[in-house]
Write a protein that binds this ligand. Structure first.
Ligand code: AMP
Ligand code: GLY
Length: 422
């Protein structure tokens, strides 16, 4: 069987490593992939957003199944185009991917179907937005409507900061069109949980829970990034909270999308805040998280390809989705200065004994040498019986990778290890 995975980061590498476990898989193509993924898949230089070229590639390479991993191609309709050309896909169609692509859409969906989330208003006029800010307490949260690579969210600690965020998003177009509509919402407090789920539109099976670490520096300092590490499972997400989330958030969301004529299949990712008034949705993603996937998929004991195909065929209720009861930790190794300015082109070394634990995000092969080309460069994941051991093991294995100006957080998993002690 020939597979095609669209994307080229650490998440895609983790998905490919798992897909390879299925003995029926002959070739995995990754478009565009990266220099590290090239060790596990055939990479082809076609951009994740070049949908016509992807369809053409699938035709000429006898592709049996496609996984569309990143948010942009999903929002642009990659699944629609590939399915119309006869290629079954993992991932939502464009009309369902909007659950991530437009925060205004997802907030209105939650309001209409009584799904718990932060109170909010949507604005297209900066004057009205500023009047709203002046009438509300801080902290207050300002979000660009569209996709902004996880950077379009400002937690304003003062009214001045909130007004400045509105100005930058709406008047200076800091996030381009993504910020011409904004959402202003209530500040929520509590531990955050990422729950990725498999769904075929009718059945929804949550994966093991996880915790991302979004800030660049230790102790949650520094700028927001795509994610500097993840652990799974998330100890704050108890059985009781899981049951409540399924009842008040997950199934109502799936049914809401169905009722709106936007059935969702693929990976629906719930970013939750566990507030004292119960779990609330921070945002939805229409895809696997990065780096959560690098922590979650190594714990999956069932066959990933079988599950993915069942989400496409509408037979998810007939397959087994089993996770081990171990724990995992993924430490992201970035180029210092990320998410702003950082060096590129530094050679990367990966020791042979840690190779199987490494996913490669931003790197290319130059004359046969792997060099960094992105801010987030590598992920190092370890699985162990306890979270404490997984964290310790991940940090031991991080010593086996390196490049000039490599940087990683030293406290991935520490918040989770303190669960119950606060
Ligand atoms: P998002 O891109 O929506 O995931 O937001 C990025 C980060 O901002 C989240 O991981 C949260 O830590 C934080 N955040 C988003 N919305 C809120 C909110 N309403 N209250 C508090 N923090 C938030
Ligand atoms: N780790 C957060 C995300 O994938 O959006």
């Amino acid at each position: 069987m020939n597979l095609m995975v669209i994307g080229g980061g650490g998440r895609e590498h983790a998905i490919i490593q798992k897909l390879k476990e299925n003995p029926e898989v002959t070739t995995i193509w990754c478009l565009p992939g990266n220099g590290g993924i090239a060790a596990d898949a055939e990479c082809a230089p076609i951009g994740a957003e070049d949908i016509p070229a992807q369809v053409e590639f699938a035709r000429s390479h006898d592709i049996d199944y496609v996984v569309v991993a990143p948010d942009n191609p999903l929002a642009l309709g990659a699944v629609d185009a590939l399915e119309e050309a006869g290629f079954p896909c993992f991932g939502p169609r464009k009309n369902a991917a909007i659950i991530e692509a437009s925060k205004a859409f997802s907030k209105d969906l939650m309001k209409k179907y009584n799904i718990p989330t932060a109170a909010y208003e949507i604005f297209t006029d900066p004057k009205a937005a500023i009047a709203y800010i002046d009438a509300h307490e801080v902290p207050i949260v300002i979000k660009a409507d569209g996709l902004a690579l996880g950077k379009g969210v400002i937690i304003a600690m003062s009214h001045e900061e909130a007004r400045q965020a509105v100005h930058e998003m709406m008047e200076e177009s800091k996030f381009g069109d993504a910020g011409s509509t904004i959402v202003i919402e209530e500040f929520l407090e509590g531990p955050e949980v990422s729950v990725l789920s498999f769904t075929d539109g009718k059945t929804l099976i949550p994966m093991v829970s996880s915790m991302d670490h979004k800030r660049a520096k230790d102790n949650d300092e520094g700028l927001n990034t795509g994610g500097m590490g993840a652990i799974a499972p998330n100890p704050y997400y108890t059985e009781a909270i899981a049951e409540e989330s399924m009842r008040t958030i997950f199934m109502p969301t799936l049914k809401a999308m169905e009722a709106e004529g936007r059935p969702f299949k693929g990976c629906l990712y719930f970013a939750l805040m566990l507030t004292k008034n119960g779990p609330k949705v921070i945002e939805y993603n229409s895809r696997f998280g990065d780096p959560e996937t690098q922590a979650v998929l190594p714990l999956l004991e069932s066959d990933l390809l079988t599950i993915m195909k069942a989400t496409t065929d509408g037979t998810l209720d007939q397959v087994e989705v089993k996770f081990s009861d171990k724990a995992s930790c993924c430490v992201v190794v970035a180029s210092d200065g990320y998410p702003l300015h950082y060096e590129k082109g530094n050679p990367i070394t990966i020791r042979e004994d840690v190779r199987a634990n490494v996913t490669v995000a931003g790197a290319q092969l130059k004359n046969g040498v792997l060099v960094n080309t992105g801010g987030r460069v590598l992920g190092v994941t370890a699985v162990a019986d306890t979270l404490e051991e997984a964290v310790a093991e991940a940090y031991r294995k991080v010593e086996g990778v390196g490049f000039a100006n490599a940087y990683y957080r030293h406290d991935i998993g520490q918040r989770a290890l303190q669960c119950g002690e606060e």
